[in-house]
Design a protein around this ligand. Sequence first.
Ligand code: FAD
Length: 387
Amino acid sequence: MTAPLDLLDLDSSLTEEERQIRDVVRQLLDDRVRPHVAEWYEDGRVPARELAREFGKLGLLGMHLTGYGCAGASAVAYGLACQELEAADSGVRSLVSVQGSLAMFAIWRYGSAEQKQHWLPSMATGEAIGCFGLTEPDHGSDPASMTTRARRDGDDWVLTGGKMWITNAPIADVAVIWARTDEGVRGFLVPMDTPGVTAREIRRKMSLRASVTGEIVLDDVRLPADAQLPEAIGLKAPLSCLTEARYGIVWGAIGAARDCLETTLAYATTRTQFGRPLAGFQLTQAKLADMAVELVKGQLLALHLGRLADAHQLRPEQVSVGKLNNVREALAIARQCRTILGANGVSGEYPVLRHANNLESVLTYEGTSEIHQLIVGQRLTGLSAFA
Ligand SMILES: Cc1cc2nc3c(=O)[nH]c(=O)nc-3n(C[C@H](O)[C@H](O)[C@H](O)COP(=O)(O)OP(=O)(O)OC[C@H]3O[C@@H](n4cnc5c(N)ncnc54)[C@H](O)[C@@H]3O)c2cc1C
């Protein structure tokens, strides 16, 4: 975090290596993303393949995984990278999260040796793009009700159904598809050029516009027996992938909030009304102070969860605490910053409303706020209130 916003001097809690990784990622984003991202957002188009290769060169794809060309970085280092990525744009961070924490993690954790060898090295370099299909048109928060089916036909599997709101789907080489079988939920690696697979881009999003989102239709898709992820048994497999991705969001959302606040601080100290800078009014300072306090609290929370993850002690409901708090507060910060920018707050010349709009998606995906409240509520009460 830059000096005035680092109220608690959290920078000093990072190791030299962690700071270096953060700074290298920030530089890449300054060079390759920041100058263009407003235009990508406005056009609803992003050069995702090109970006993936750049991120791959830097070791950002699957960076917290080991082997197969992955960087084997710590959870904190990965979190810091997510923070920088989302300070540029939540859609750009989503590209990296879905590739590394959802698609690659699923293969790395649940795949066979052959599946890992086949996919992970090219996904780590960004040559191959992956996506993760859990949500369906009629089943979002409740994936246990999924209707996509995989049935045996001799040694083969035949998949039928559809997945909705799938990040990267229209540009992906492979999809991790979760489907119901006679033995329960299982995961499958589906090359996107398999006959019967179609991916349609979802256009007209008002949020996460610098990210490619699509629908996948599976029409009697025949796959060999070895397309199944052998270690993925039941719904807990995709849920464990979500925990990985949610952890990145805990950090990422705070990056978006930081960018809003940095922008707003700069604006409020230079914009003059009634003969003094906006930042000189008590009402503005109250807003800035409250936001800065929430920002550092969110950062402390992310860092604490990161240290727990590196000690292999992080539990899913702790990640829910982080996702619930940090996305909710980041969105509140983005909206409050927008007020300080006045009319300029709605302009694409400033990143603030873009971040706020993006955070609306971040609030919904990877478990909505309500779902995380229910996870935390269950931990507190011992009672499941999901259904
Ligand atoms: C831009 C974008 C990208 C995405 N990328 C992916 C992806 O790559 N892969 C993927 O699989 N999915 C992806 N998603 C889908 C996302 O995970 C789902 O949208 C999310 O899980 C919510 O599901 P839903 O939209 O069907 O909402 P619903 O489940 O229909 O929920 C609607 C509302 O009802 C509330 N609700 C639901 N159940 C309860 C309950 N028991 N108690 C109280 N309130 C409840 C929810 O909190 C929400 O407020 C993406 C979504 C977006 C917007």
